[in-house]
Ligand binder design. Structure first.
Ligand code: GLU
Length: 287
């Protein structure tokens, strides 16, 4: 038994789980079982506009039906806001975050003005490059202007000054099961959002803090999150947290070669169940 071998499945309750989620959950669950380790479930519900209790119930039901067992209590992000607030305060004390008042429209206009705006990594093969990175407009605000806007603006984001942060930590690496030792390249995603005025966290911050609090030793998740790991590695170094090992697995594709999405109802676990497919058949097909 290796109780220090800990994996997790961390769905957002914004829809029904599909076969791609089942694959990810089964990989993490099987890996923990093979190693005599632990498997945890985490509900990533920090986005109140998209998260629904009904989907949380459905996640439990679908995973149970697949034969997956997890430890209780389940960590639910919305109940741990204090943990993210503390991490945000640490980043703030290091002078690494700044408020950003730009709307999507402002960002698009600023990018259009600059012919050489840097772009993030491509998400699909069809696209030559990813979307343009945040151009750093609010990083350059004068302190008095910044203070005024913080009082007058109803909603705004907090961004991480990635270049300054990377200078502070120096070079970092992390390990991926499929690709080996990786040199962290957090600048690939630009100055990511780490919190909002009304929610003191973002996906990047919450996932980094939670993986540490839950002692996750092996993060197993889809390769769509591969580039996010550059940021997570940077946040681990800044917050003095351990670095798990990573396995970014291939994504399941539909008949047209497109990755499965929560809106494809036919690919959900419950749609398969209602169509008479057994859990054993799904597991056998996936793993
Ligand atoms: N909550 C994320 C999602 O549902 C997954 C986060 C992770 O595995 O790191 O896509």
């Amino acid at each position: 038994m290796s109780q220090s071998f800990v994996t997790r499945f961390a769905p957002s309750p914004s829809g029904f789980l599909h076969l791609g989620h089942a694959y990810s959950a089964l990989l993490a669950y099987r890996r923990a079982a093979d190693e005599g380790g632990r498997f945890l479930l985490r509900i990533e519900d920090i986005d109140p506009a998209r998260s629904k209790t009904a989907f949380v119930e459905a996640i439990f039901e679908d995973l149970e039906w697949l034969g997956i067992k997890w430890e209780n209590p389940v960590r639910t992000q919305s109940r741990h806001i204090d943990d993210y607030q503390a991490a945000l305060a640490t980043l703030n004390a290091k002078g690494l975050i700044y408020p950003c008042f730009c709307t999507r429209k402002d960002i698009a206009a600023e990018i259009a003005r600059s012919a050489t705006a840097p772009h993030g990594p491509a998400k699909g093969q069809a696209k030559a490059q990813g979307s343009a990175l945040y151009p750093g407009t609010c990083r350059r605000l004068r302190p008095v202007e910044r203070d005024q806007l913080m009082v007058s603006e109803k909603s705004f984001a907090f961004r991480l000054d990635v270049e300054k942060a990377a200078q502070m930590t120096g070079p970092l690496t992390w390990h991926d099961k499929m690709k080996g030792e990786i040199a962290a390249c957090p600048a690939l995603l630009g100055d990511v959002v780490v919190a909002r005025k009304d929610t003191p966290t973002s996906y990047h911050l919450a996932v980094t803090v939670d993986d540490a609090i839950q002692n996750i030793s092996h993060v197993i998740r889809g390769e769509d999150l591969f580039h996010s790991t550059h940021i997570h590695r940077l946040l681990q170094a800044l917050l003095n947290l351990p670095t798990p090992r990573y396995h970014h697995h291939k994504l399941l594709l539909d008949a047209n070669g497109k990755r499965l999405a929560k809106r494809d109802q036919a690919q959900t676990i419950r749609a398969r169940r209602h169509a008479g497919v057994s859990a054993d058949e799904i597991v056998a097909r996936l793993i």
